[in-house]
Design a protein around this ligand. Structure first.
Ligand SMILES: Nc1nc2c(ncn2[C@@H]2O[C@H](COP(=O)(O)OP(=O)(O)OP(=O)(O)O)[C@@H](O)[C@H]2O)c(=O)[nH]1
Ligand SMILES: [Mg+2]
Length: 450
């Protein structure tokens, strides 16, 4: 981390201001070399007005912030240049700085430096990206909670408890001659292991649920042609997003839309109607519709209630049976031909997209099925991504081993090995132990300039 890096930290497009950020030991010196005034002897956390110049040519009128180590985002000397927004000015200033010898930052490199320099841990680094990407109030709250260190604190508490257990065990290993003390120790740690195991299990379960809160509910609308799938999507979005006609096979490819339901994004996909067809384009659409079932969190199977259930309807219902499914009986303004008992195993909502009838019921059903009502009261102290959850599951399995070891009267030093493994795995969640490969991979998914 010897070199100085630079990147455009705002999104590149037309806007009033763009911010170009430099970090590293030469940040101030290099900014000074293209600035009209003198930046070198200025105090930390001060802002300076002037021009960015390429020799005698004025490139832009700017404000430059000087932030000296260690109280900066990366903990290194940092300079932020507020230049005018827009693509050409911002790029020109960036080009000038690169010509002066700074290196263009990789994706996430500023945050990676903040982590490697010890200012934030791994869950906090991940929270930075979550915060930038959050699309709803709920995901924002989760991200800021993790960024404030709540996830880290929870993991640290686990590690402290396990460290405690390890020290109890170690006392016995140091005095092997007192066998009855070993028995007593095993007795005394047994309850604590069970408690930790149960707590971790609960956290994993809750964290998996909250993943949906963060990423939204992937909702698939599926059904035979002409049953009213696109009409349902349009009513949900309150706009005529998908084309609706009375010709079966109108939707050929997927149409996507997003709405917030109790502050949770509902990512809705309207699909091509399912039927046997020789039309090559439609056939591809049908295959795509079916393939999307697997990745969906919620499948809305739309039926035309004015027609008896067909073989295709039953096939679609069968294909969605392992998913959270709502069956929509659409066109309820027409005479009903589907008997209630045929759908007795399903959550059913009756709708008419012409009058909007039942759309509110459908939304309420989703709120009920995904427990969205109670979400606002959650305390957001959870693991926030799949990496963290996978590690927690590994740690949980180690605690299961510890429990088994105790039950089977294994030598206490064997039990200690599993406890130590558990401690290390929990450390990986917050980045106490890490490999360069994992860290590189993790920050690759960040945006440039953060
Ligand atoms: N009577 C009645 N007609 C409806 C209702 N909903 C949709 N329709 C009509 O049914 C026809 C098909 O609607 P779409 O929304 O295009 O159906 P789809 O399922 O998306 O059809 P494909 O894209 O072809 O698979 C249109 O003529 C709509 O006006 C309803 O609740 N009642
Ligand atoms: Mg359609």
């Amino acid at each position: 981390m010897e070199d100085t890096i630079v990147a455009i930290s705002t999104s590149l497009g037309v806007g009033a201001i763009s911010i170009i950020r430099l970090s590293g030991k030469d940040a101030i010196k290099i900014a000074d070399s293209v600035f009209s005034g003198d930046l070198k002897d200025k105090e930390s956390h001060t802002i300076h007005y002037g021009y960015i110049k390429n020799k005698d040519e004025v490139i832009d009128e700017v404000l430059v912030s000087i932030l000296k180590a260690p109280k900066t985002y990366t903990t290194e000397d940092t300079v932020e240049i507020n230049c005018h927004g827009g693509i050409s000015t911002t790029n020109k200033v960036l080009e000038l700085l690169i010509n002066k010898g700074v290196r263009l930052a990789e994706a996430g490199e500023f945050t990676k430096r903040a982590f490697l320099n010890g200012r934030i841990d791994l869950t906090e680094s991940e929270a930075v990206m979550d915060l930038i990407e959050s699309k709803s109030e709920t995901s924002r709250k989760m991200a800021i909670s993790a960024l404030q260190g709540n996830t880290s604190k929870m993991i640290e508490k686990f590690r402290d408890d396990i460290k405690d257990l390890i020290s109890k065990v170690e006392v016995n290993i140091d005095y092997p001659e007192y066998y009855d003390i070993e028995v007593m120790t095993i007795e005394s740690i047994k309850d604590k292991v069970l408690e930790l195991k149960n707590n971790l299990k609960e956290i994993i379960k809750e964290s998996k649920n909250t993943k949906i809160l963060k990423n939204g509910i992937n909702t698939l609308i599926i059904g035979r042609p002409n049953v009213g799938k696109s009409s349902i999507l349009n009513r949900f979005l309150d706009e005529e997003k998908a084309i609706v006609t009375d010709i079966a096979g109108t939707t050929r490819d997927i149409v996507e839309g997003e709405v917030l339901l109790n502050n949770i994004p509902l990512n809705i996909i309207d699909t091509a109607g399912i039927r046997n067809t020789t039309d090559i384009v439609e056939k591809k659409g049908v295959e795509k519709s079916l393939s999307l079932i697997e990745a969906a969190d919620l499948v809305i199977v739309v039926l035309d209630s004015s027609n008896k259930l067909t073989k295709e309807d039953k096939e679609i219902l069968e294909k969605s049976k392992n998913k959270t499914t709502i069956v929509v009986l659409n066109k309820n303004d027409l005479e009903n031909k589907i008997e209630e008992k045929e759908l007795k195993d399903y959550v059913v909502v009756s709708t008419n997209t012409n009058s909007n009838e039942g759309i509110k019921d459908l939304k309420n059903k989703i709120i009920e099925l995904f427990n969205l009502e109670k979400i606002e009261t959650k305390d957001y102290k959870y693991l926030t991504n799949i990496r963290q959850i996978t590690k927690a599951e590994e740690a949980y399995r180690k605690l299961v081993e510890v429990e088994k070891g105790i039950k089977n009267n294994l030598p206490i030093d064997m039990v200690e090995i599993d406890l130590r493994d558990c401690f290390d795995i929990l450390g990986e969640i917050i980045g106490k132990t890490y490999s360069d490969e994992i860290i590189d991979h993790l920050f690759e998914n960040f945006c440039v300039g953060k």
